[in-house]
Design a protein around this ligand. Sequence first.
Ligand SMILES: Nc1ncnc2c1ncn2[C@@H]1O[C@H](COP(=O)(O)OP(=O)(O)OP(=O)(O)O)[C@@H](O)[C@H]1O
Length: 267
Amino acid sequence: MLLEATGVEKTFRGRRGGKPVRAVVDATLQVRPGDFVAIVGESGSGKSTLARLLLGLLPATNGTVAFDGVPLGQMGTAQRRAFRRSVQAVLQDPAGSLNPRKKVATLIGEVAALHDVARGRDAVRDKVLEVLELVGLTPAEQFLDRFPHELSGGQRQRVLLARAIVLDPRIIVADEAVSALDASVKAGVLALMDDLRRRLGVGYVFITHDLPVVKKVAEHVYVMKSGEIVEEGTKDTIFGNPEHPYTRALLAAAPTLTTSSAEPTTT
Ligand SMILES: Nc1ncnc2c1ncn2[C@@H]1O[C@H](COP(=O)(O)OP(=O)(O)OP(=O)(O)O)[C@@H](O)[C@H]1O
């Protein structure tokens, strides 16, 4: 298994003497190479906490997260470094993922240099141009000197994807990565993600409360409620034959679902 969480729990200490918060409870999840896995649930259900556990950004209170069969807690320095490269996070840009004072060339180039993907100015520049092309920001030269505020929301999201794929990751954990985008722009970024999957073999753990998006792109769906995974299955099962009352309620509360097939699939 490429990425696997087994019985993972995360309990936060209560804020200001309050009760402890069980943000993730006994979560078990698997991601195979090239999978498009979605984690859905309403706000506060624990999706982002599970994402941070999968990225190794938070230690689990219980249970294990393993990459390529090796639990994160048992990794040596080199394995940990490889893991950091192989499992990349793409968050939504309003969360401030792109430093507003840095140009696109620097934002992507410094990641490539830090992880030794390319050495020397020219090699780094070539690598940056290559990934800009891959995410459809063309002609790539014209984007090198732009600052994030000189880009549209969809273009910024593409820069975030470029910054992830420059490291040749095997999995991208995308937390609400397209939620802030307009429908047509969103569809374009989703199409790009699928394209990258086919061309590069990268898999996704896609975290969202946006069910029409899940219906469009996911293969396997995990439904979270109050920190627990209450249902999992293929997209067709979850949407066509949901078993858990919570899944049914989520689907019923997503009015755009019925019209999602009418949304454009390209930008
Ligand atoms: N650092 C923290 N300390 C204490 N409680 C936290 C912390 N981070 C998250 N929580 C709590 O854990 C629960 C799950 O939060 P989480 O952000 O994982 O949910 P979510 O499903 O991603 O929600 P959203 O879609 O709103 O981001 C919430 O009750 C939240 O308040």
